[in-house]
Every structure is written in C-alpha cells, then in structure tokens.
Design a protein around this ligand. Structure first.
Ligand SMILES: [Zn+2]
Length: 44
C-alpha cells in the first residue's frame, strides 16, 4: 500500500513545545521541539 504524504502528515500527532507545552502547528519546522516564543527566549 502506498503512503500518501498528505495522509502521513495528517496522521502525525500534534507536536507540543517541550518548554511550555503549547501546540506547534508549523510542520515545516518539524525539527524544532519548542514554539516560536520559547525559541526566541533562548536566543539570548
Ligand atoms: Zn513554548
């Protein structure tokens, strides 16, 4: 059975920020484990 890439992404569990627990919606940044806000805080 072929895996439809769209179905594959739909079936991925929603990611949560490892810092604050906020849901991360941006699939493009799937390598990130924190939300934008926590990442910005870590910049400094
Ligand atoms: Zn966060």
């Amino acid at each position: 059975m072929l895996i439809n890439p769209i179905e594959f992404f739909r079936n991925l569990p929603k990611k949560q920020c490892s810092e604050c627990g906020q849901q991360i919606d941006e699939q493009a940044e799937s390598y990130l484990m924190e939300c934008d806000r926590c990442l910005a805080n870590k910049e400094e």
